[in-house]
Design a protein around this ligand. Structure first.
Ligand code: ATP
Ligand code: MG
Length: 347
């Protein structure tokens, strides 16, 4: 029998992470680029496909896709173009190749998707994986985070990504659709709001959305005692200093009210006997959990509903893929056989 390699994959809008049973742990920005012409291809060393940050950095020479953003995997009812589907497939194959599985190995993967991934979204993932993975199980991303950290009892996981904030009630079993909520105020929406606020207050400042994201990642805070944010932005080409403190706070805080509403909804519809326990067991994950003071701000907002306790995961980059691998390793073999993909048939 061939060797079995298990993979945990967190397929995110901005970042895709892999943890494998071969001991590999890696993360790549979810960008895929294709050279625009033969000059671009030469510049890229003859390569047909460029991934991650390298694709973003060379975007003048490449047609760059951020294929999960706004697509069927993330947004209910969204349709993917053929080009987007190809980019997702290329991204998945690139990530799977990082596991360095021996030729002929059987590959089983658990892929984390948003809490309420649609049927189309799941189908897109299965299609993307068909050529490189033997059997795929799509699971709720926040559930994977909880599973990886053994938070399996009356926990509320909040996974703050780039495209979505996914919430999931975990209570000792695989979650059902009614255990999950998703809202779209996450990293990308914060970047967009911050960009709008800067434009409104300082119309003379020049910046791109990537610059705004970098500023946010350096200073993101909803702490009442946050450090001041002074950043240089060009004005008619001349670097100029701007005070962005209030704007960064405001943009980051926009995440709190919809998250509290979703949390409260998941708590209120849970067995009343266990509601207090769940409120006291909120776990924040995803890149957005790096916003300074977010746990405290959520605790403060929960006071109105009887209080709560919030913890933050230590390694947001890998919490999802580590958990997905753990689910994969714990899954009975018979289960995998039910989900066989087309890979073997084509081999
Ligand atoms: N220090 C930081 N402060 C605030 N936000 C941050 C920080 N570092 C990263 N982020 C944001 O976290 C987001 C990415 O998080 P994550 O990698 O969990 O998302 P994703 O899994 O790719 O997205 P999704 O789950 O929506 O598909 C980005 O919006 C990024 O700007
Ligand atoms: Mg994510």
């Amino acid at each position: 029998m061939s060797e079995i390699v298990y993979l945990g994959i967190d397929l995110g809008t901005s970042r895709t992470s892999l943890t494998s049973s071969t001991g590999i742990r890696t993360t790549v920005w979810s960008y895929v680029g294709y050279p625009k012409d033969h000059v671009a291809k030469k510049k890229m060393g003859g390569r047909e496909t460029i991934y991650g940050k390298e694709a973003l950095d060379n975007r003048m020479s490449l047609n760059v896709f951020r294929p999960l953003a706004g697509g069927s995997v993330k947004v209910k009812g969204a349709k993917d173009t053929g080009e987007t589907k190809k980019a997702i497939k290329d991204l998945v194959e690139h990530v799977v190749a990082q596991a360095k599985a021996a030729k002929g190995a059987t590959i089983y993967a658990v892929v984390g998707a948003p809490a309420e991934a649609s049927v189309e979204g799941k189908a897109t993932i299965l299609e993307a994986a068909a050529n490189c993975i033997d059997s795929v199980i799509v699971t709720s991303e926040p559930f994977a985070v909880a599973y990886g950290l053994d938070f399996l009892d009356d926990t509320l996981v909040v996974d703050i990504g780039a495209g979505t904030t996914d919430l999931c009630r975990v209570h000792g079993k695989m979650p059902d659709p009614e255990d999950q909520r998703t809202h779209i105020i996450a990293g990308d929406a914060i970047d967009q709001l911050l960009a709008n606020l800067i434009k409104e207050k300082y119309p003379e400042a020049q910046f791109s959305i990537n610059m705004v994201r970098e500023i946010k990642e350096r200073h993101a805070s909803v702490s009442t005692r946050m450090d001041e944010v002074h950043e240089m932005l060009p004005v008619a080409g001349k670097p100029t200093k701007f005070d962005l403190t209030e704007l960064v706070y405001k943009a980051c805080y926009s995440l709190v009210p919809p998250t509290i509403a979703a949390l409260q909804d998941l708590i209120a519809t849970y067995d009343p006997e266990f509601q207090a326990k769940m409120r006291n067991n909120v776990l924040l994950g995803g890149g957005g959990c790096r916003i300074q003071g977010l746990g405290l701000a959520i605790e403060k907002a929960l006071n109105e509903y009887g209080g709560g306790k919030v913890k933050t995961v230590e390694e947001p980059e890998y919490a999802g893929s580590n958990g997905a691998l753990k689910i994969a390793l714990d899954m009975p073999d018979t289960f995998w056989k039910e989900f066989k993909s087309a890979k073997k048939a084509e081999a």
